[in-house]
Design a binder for this molecule. Structure first.
Ligand code: ZN
Ligand code: ZN
Length: 697
């Protein structure tokens, strides 16, 4: 007998019964156990953070992450589906700071790093129940009972192994990274934090003379931040822009031809024109003696003209003053041209001891510096101007773009491998391969890996005052080199790990750990091996499940998790990390706007699931448009799917069950052999098999 089904459209209750049935009978676990030893099909779960609530977009990603593995299971594959949690990082720290009423790093350290990270560890599970409930409710089949967790010591140890391998390949180095930095909090800010604090401010900008050393003239350059001038070490032009020597009131200047009238006025006379490329290599006199001294110490040659495409003739003078310590482009240009690195501002935002303005906060030093430039004759013009400037959202201090010592992974050295491996990945949609991802890889930057924070995977680098450096690749190695054995059960986080001193192999002295923790994106990108505690354990499991056959997350992960997985796999194994990928679109509101709590247009996923059911919601999301297109989420659309698609399906089945039971019809082929069936039966069976073939293809 066929089971009769109610024809009401109350799918929600029936789904809950099914979920209960799955759970009581361990259906998911059985579906896996039954296929043990069959060909493997591997899925990697992109780990969410459980210290944020799941939103409606996560239903789409969970649905997609369920459909393909479930389909493969139904086709007889042994499908590994280990859930994961992303647990480190600044957002966790900020939440704990807020909760404890702490403000900045000084107060964290006064509170104590040990209790602080204990709170972090607690805080990351804040919404774990919501995540589990949501995953459960949408029928996401994954092993949530044995998840990988990025803060666990075994996970960290695998990352250490990888970092040591990367170091031994010559790909780990220490440099500087220019970051938006709050000098009061003593920390870099993430881009979303910077975006919160813009204000319109009135400031004085300056056009400054840089005296040529080989011609009786001055280069003119304009700056909105006079406090960066004592750290000026080069001037940058664009090789393709036309520059000129222009004279006015008996004085000669060099600047972009198109800006002569704007900068010098109508009565200036252009006496000679030349391409920016002709200026390259020429030199000028340093503005300040302190800068000249600091530059000389580096042994490199500064105060030269260099060229780069980022310079335009849209404003200023067409010549850009470069201070590598305070601008991303400046830093890049100076590094590429081997210009000295000079930083005349300390980490609290004050002018350093080496300058005439020692101890003065940069913004307060602005007028003093301008006054000194006026006296020396270097100041050409002061121009008041208004602009939008970022302030710290926490303490309202103006942010500085400031170079901090940072550990990098030399991704630029691996560009060809990254590009080549990416070409073998089956991207859905296809245009991401050469588009968003391809372009990103073609222009790949070195990966700024370290963070001057507390709650993260500690960078396993120890240094000695003799200059020796050692990267630790395992707990065993740590214990072997430690001056005092920290024991087998040492927690690898700060502050515990900071207390471990190593014996220097070179001089026998004491090596101290570099206090940095690393980017939590490195954690999640390490999951292919770290989830197995590879290479310390489970070597076979790792080999069998690498690379993944399938991954899927939203498109905003292209430069996040998709990239870090790809980057780390290329570095360690010169392999892809995944062979097939569906990059989902974003879920927007029905008018196509981004959902946000602030705008009040965010949709509660639980409320939707409880109103229309998971089947209708999932089906709506994957069939309304291609999953990689952005979805304008419309509740009416979900309701329509519920009524028309699922309603029709149920009614059809219910009609069939009723009459099949009356007629005693079983549908078994031996009862009604194919050749005895009417043509319409054979037609519909053929249609079914065609469908199966098409879906399989
Ligand atoms: Zn601050
Ligand atoms: Zn040493």
């Amino acid at each position: 007998m066929y089971t009769k089904v109610p024809t009401s459209l109350n799918f929600v209750d029936r789904e809950k019964e099914i979920l209960q049935f799955w759970k009581e009978n361990r259906i998911f676990e059985k579906s896996c156990e039954l296929r043990k030893g069959r060909p493997a099909y591997t899925f990697y779960d992109g780990p969410p953070t459980a210290n944020g609530k799941p939103h409606i977009g996560h239903i789409l990603t969970r649905a997609m992450k369920d459909i393909i593995p479930r389909y493969r299971t139904m086709k007889g594959y042994d499908v590994l589906r280990k859930a994961g949690w992303d647990t480190h990082g600044l957002p966790v720290e900020l939440e704990v700071e807020k909760m404890l009423g702490l403000d900045g790093k000084k107060q964290i350290e006064a509170y104590g790093v040990e209790p602080f990270i204990a709170k972090c560890k607690e805080s990351i599970w804040k919404y774990k129940t919501e995540w589990e409930q949501m995953s459960d409710r949408v029928g996401y089949w994954a092993d949530m009972e044995h998840p990988y967790v990025t803060y666990e010591d075994n996970y960290i140890e695998s990352e250490w192994w990888a970092l040591k391998t990367i170091y031994e390949k010559g790909l780990l180095y220490k440099g500087h990274k220019v970051v938006p930095y709050c000098p009061r909090c003593g920390t870099a800010l993430a881009s979303h934090e910077v975006a919160q604090g813009y204000k319109d401010v009135k400031e004085i900008s300056a056009t400054v003379r840089f005296k040529c050393t080989d011609e009786d003239a001055s280069y003119l350059a304009w700056t909105t931040t006079p406090w960066t001038l004592p750290s000026n070490v080069c001037l940058c032009v664009n090789a393709d822009i036309v520059y000129c020597r222009a004279e006015k009131d008996g004085e000669a200047f060099i600047l972009a031809k198109d800006l002569v009238e704007k900068v010098l006025g109508e009565d200036a006379k252009i006496v000679r024109e030349f391409a920016g490329s002709e200026l390259v290599g020429r030199t000028y006199e340093p503005l300040f003696e302190c800068t000249a001294k600091a530059a000389a110490k580096t042994g490199k040659k500064g105060f030269r003209i260099v060229a780069d495409d980022y310079v335009s003739a849209d404003d200023g003078t067409g010549i850009v003053h470069n201070a590598p310590a305070f601008g991303e482009d400046d830093y890049r240009v100076c590094r590429d041209n081997d210009i000295p690195f000079v930083q005349m501002v300390d980490a609290r935002g004050n002018m350093t001891e080496d300058t005439p303005w020692a101890g003065t906060f940069v913004k307060k030093a602005d007028p003093m510096i301008l006054k000194d430039l006026k006296e020396s004759g270097a100041l050409f013009a002061e121009i008041p101007f208004e602009h939008s400037y970022p302030f710290c959202w926490r303490c309202d201090t103006p942010l500085l773009y400031y170079a901090r010592p940072t550990w990098f992974i030399r991704m630029t050295a691996l560009k060809d491998n990254l590009v080549r491996n990416n070409r073998t990945i089956n991207w859905m949609p296809e245009n991401i391969k050469e588009g968003r991802m391809g372009t990103w890889l073609e222009n790949v930057h070195d990966w700024g890996l370290s963070r001057e924070r507390y709650w993260g995977t500690p960078l396993p680098v120890w240094k000695c005052s003799c200059g020796n450096m050692h990267v630790v690749g395992s707990r065993a190695e740590l214990r072997e080199m430690a001056i005092e054995d920290p024991g087998a059960d040492l927690e690898l986080h700060r502050p515990f790990i900071d207390a471990v001193k190593l014996r220097c192999e070179k001089c026998g002295g004491e090596m101290v750990r570099d206090k940095a923790v690393i980017d939590c994106w490195y954690d999640s990108g390490s999951m292919p091996f770290a989830q197995w505690h590879y290479p310390f354990e489970h070597q076979e499991e790792f080999q069998q499940n690498f690379p993944a056959n399938f991954i899927s997350e939203a498109i905003d992960q292209t430069r996040g998790w998709f990239f870090t997985l790809h980057a780390i796999a290329s570095m360690l194994f010169d392999s892809v990390a995944f062979k097939n990928i569906i990059s989902n679109g974003l879920v927007l509101d029905k008018n196509g706007n981004k959902m946000s709590k602030r705008l009040g247009n965010a949709v509660d996923p639980f409320e939707v699931l409880d109103t229309y059911g998971a089947d209708a919601t999932r089906w709506y999301m994957i069939s309304n448009s291609q999953p990689w297109d952005n979805l304008k989420f419309d509740r009416d659309g979900v309701d329509e799917v519920r009524r028309k698609f699922f309603g029709t399906l149920y009614n059809t089945y219910s009609f069939f069950a009723l009459y099949a039971n009356v007629d005693g019809f079983t549908g078994r082929e031996e009862e009604v052999p194919m050749e005895k069936r009417p043509e319409i039966d054979r037609w519909i069976i053929s249609l079914l098999n065609t469908l199966v073939k098409e879906v399989t293809d």
